[in-house]
Design a protein around this ligand. Structure first.
Ligand code: HQG
Length: 182
């Protein structure tokens, strides 16, 4: 499949597996899964004809590994980033002592005042590397990097989970645990 087709398909999957399943008449399970055949049929009814092999290619070649099949291969879900109410059931995990968040300058005053909030998603998204955080921030403009004291957060009882595609998830990061990287 061509790169631009992969991206187009990935955006459709993101829309329906994270945000708006009802728009193609599918329902996600409580933990975010949908039957692959049901998804393909629903997409087909809404103008996106896709074979199982093509879906597998979209999943495998996705730059951020956004989607995963279950062990049997019969179901698929987004690994993180949902705005609809799903409970992914990820186990608690201990993060590395330092994590990073990429954002843009216009959000920084609010972030330093009230901390990092999940906004429309379920959790705040943090990365283990500066490079990833920079790329996340750069989606919106000149990236600004925030350093998150994950060791102190863990110590203070904050919970972390690691998504299947290596994004660190936590409900809130208070300002005391944040520092702007200069
Ligand atoms: C900001 C993409 C004001 C936050 C990426 C961010 C990531 C605040 C925006 C994943 C705030 C939310 C997640 C506060 C946080 N006041 N602004 N208190 N707290 N913000 O997209 O982290 O392509 O929901 O800094 O690559 O940017 O979708 O989160 O700028 O992995 O797979 O509010 O989404 O991946 O934006 O990105 P988002 P994010 P996908």
């Amino acid at each position: 499949m061509k790169e631009h087709d992969l991206i187009r398909m990935s955006k459709r999957l993101s829309l329906h597996l994270r945000h708006a399943p009802e728009r193609i008449g599918i329902e996600l399970s409580d933990d975010g899964w949908v039957d692959v055949d049901e998804l393909l049929a629903a997409l087909g009814r809404h103008g996106l004809r896709l074979t199982r092999a093509e879906l597998a290619e979209v999943v495998e070649r996705n730059d951020k590994r956004r989607y995963a099949f279950d062990d049997s291969g019969a179901r698929i879900r987004a690994s993180q980033g949902h705005s609809v109410g799903v409970e992914l059931g990820l186990p608690l995990a201990t993060p590395p002592p330092t994590l990073f968040h990429g954002t843009v300058a216009r959000f920084v005053p609010a972030i330093l005042r009230e901390g990092l909030r999940p906004m429309r998603r379920h959790d705040v998204h943090l990365s283990a590397t500066e490079a990833t955080a920079r790329a996340v921030g750069a989606r919106r403009g000149g990236p600004v990097l925030l350093v998150v004291d994950a060791a102190a957060l863990t110590e203070a009882g904050h919970e972390f989970r690691l998504s299947a595609n290596d994004v660190w998830l936590t409900p809130h990061v208070p300002p005391a645990f944040l520092r702007q990287l200069r």
